[in-house]
Design a protein around this ligand. Structure first.
Ligand SMILES: *[C@@H]1O[C@H](CO)[C@@H](O)[C@H](O)[C@H]1NC(C)=O
Ligand SMILES: *[C@@H]1O[C@H](CO)[C@@H](O)[C@H](O)[C@H]1NC(C)=O
Ligand SMILES: *[C@@H]1O[C@H](CO)[C@@H](O)[C@H](O)[C@H]1NC(C)=O
Ligand SMILES: *[C@@H]1O[C@H](CO)[C@@H](O)[C@H](O)[C@H]1NC(C)=O
Ligand SMILES: *[C@@H]1O[C@H](CO)[C@@H](O)[C@H](O)[C@H]1NC(C)=O
Length: 337
């Protein structure tokens, strides 16, 4: 039988909440933790037939070789979770049915365990782009801006008369380079040139303290774990090439974090475990056909390196568990002046 390759674009995968998402976000902002668990995973916006209910997510283009016996098959996905937190345990599904297959129940693949980090990070770094495929652009080899950004949880004081659920009776605050971003009161400040007292453009390019980021013995080290809120943003010249190393910390607890950048796609050059070592890390860079994404996982106790061109002027959020580092890209005219 000849095999057929299908190109499928999957919004793979999203989450769907049966609640007011504004309220969910406000609550997540207030306690500094991730949002409440959602009610369904989705593929292309649909939860699949294992849910009894009828969204957006990360997209991925996959080539599928249709060379299996004529039948119906589930394509399915579930959560990857490193914290043992509450999560939605249902499997989201789509069904691939071969033409001329006799109607039958779809066959279900075996999925890895939800906390199987080795499977997850054999899978993610093995993805590549289709060289010279649609939308392909070569990886820029010259870098204008480099950043090394630690990300993880920290602790902030619990407001007066509040009870906070984080360790030491404090409140969680997700941070990058020890800055826990707080949404400014005026979101249109950039447009109206109202910088004073609203935001500053001094987001640190490197962590303020160098320590063993991935050592669990630091997780409740009071000298390291406290953080503070700020409205610091990163300002980039229009069209500059930016490389960011994201390093997960083990502060408060170890987690795998997805990094999501609005306004841009980026190349994922390499991912690994432990504290990032620039010499070893650079040898792992895929500069030929790296995947192009707007969301990438940073492995639990590990790091991810991305590169992108700042060619979309405006104010954009770089988020992980919370919106953490806004990026402000000058508009082209200003940069060229
Ligand atoms: C905390 O509670 C005390 C005693 O009830 C009250 O006097 C104080 O105003 C409260 N503080 C805040 C910030 O709500
Ligand atoms: C902000 O400043 C820029 C450069 O000085 C100017 O061109 C622009 O008109 C100002 N924008 C507003 C809304 O005042
Ligand atoms: C950092 O901590 C990890 C985990 O405890 C340990 O294996 C590693 O040797 C430490 N690295 C350094 C440079 O101390
Ligand atoms: C983060 O900043 C706080 C002060 O806000 C400081 O106590 C702590 O040591 C810093 N931690 C790290 C890891 O930089
Ligand atoms: C952006 O950078 C690329 C690569 O350096 C260059 O070819 C292009 O002319 C630049 N575009 C603008 C509008 O500056």
């Amino acid at each position: 039988m000849s095999s057929i390759k299908l190109l499928i674009t999957l919004h793979f995968i999203g989450g769907w909440w049966n609640a007011n998402i504004i309220e969910i976000e406000e609550q997540a902002q207030a306690d500094g933790h991730g949002p409440n668990i959602f009610n369904a995973f989705t593929i292309n916006g649909w939860p699949g037939d294992l849910y009894d209910c009828s969204s957006t997510g990360q997209t991925i283009d996959v080539l599928l070789t249709a060379d299996q016996p004529l039948a119906s098959y589930y394509m399915s996905a579930h959560c990857y979770d490193t914290l043992g937190d509450a999560y939605d345990a249902t499997t989201t599904t789509g069904i691939v049915t071969y033409e001329n297959a006799t109607p039958s129940s779809p066959l279900m693949p075996n999925l890895p365990a939800v906390d199987d980090t080795s499977v997850a990070f054999e899978f993610y770094p093995s993805l590549t782009s289709l060289l010279n495929g649609p939308h392909w652009a070569p990886v820029p080899l010259e870098i204008d801006e480099q950043m090394f950004v630690t990300e993880g949880l920290g602790l902030v004081p619990c407001g007066a008369n509040n009870t906070c659920g984080a360790p030491l009776g404090l409140a969680f605050a997700a941070s990058m380079n020890n800055e826990s971003f707080e949404l400014p009161t005026k979101l249109e400040a950039f447009y109206y040139n109202l910088t004073a007292g609203i935001y500053t453009t001094d987001f640190p390019k490197y962590p303020p303290v160098v320590f063993n980021y991935t050592s669990l013995s630091n997780n409740l080290n009071k000298a390291l774990v406290m953080t503070s809120r700020s409205t610091k943003v990163t300002k980039l010249k229009y069209n500059s090439t930016v490389q960011i190393v994201f390093q997960n910390t083990a502060l408060v607890g170890q987690q795998s974090h997805p990094v999501h950048l609005h306004g841009f796609n980026f190349y994922v050059l390499a991912q690994g475990f432990g504290n990032y070592d620039p010499v070893i890390g650079q040898k792992m860079f895929n500069l030929i056909n790296p995947q192009i994404r707007n969301t990438a996982g940073v492995p639990v106790g590990g790091w991810t390196v991305i590169r992108f061109t700042a060619n979309n002027p405006g104010v954009w959020c770089l988020g992980a568990i919370a919106p953490l580092m806004p990026i402000l890209v000058d508009n082209g005219v200003v940069a060229l002046a």
